[in-house]
Design a protein around this ligand. Sequence first.
Ligand SMILES: [Zn+2]
Length: 77
Amino acid sequence: MTARPAECPICEETAQSILEEEFDGMAIGCPVCGTFRVSQASVDSLGRYKIEIRRGLLLSAARRVGPAQIPSLSHID
Ligand SMILES: [Zn+2]
């Protein structure tokens, strides 16, 4: 799997994305937000929210899984 440049769906900085087919989404490595997974459907939904709200969603996802795991954003609508 190769990382390719992408816009971070949370903060809109340039990030690396790796497609994850089994997850139907991608892993994002963002210099600002860190590493997280996001489903394709959630990328589309996140575009409707303000950056502050998106950051909050990622924060709660990170709290849910704890520091040892990669947070994933799915089922956002
Ligand atoms: Zn970001």
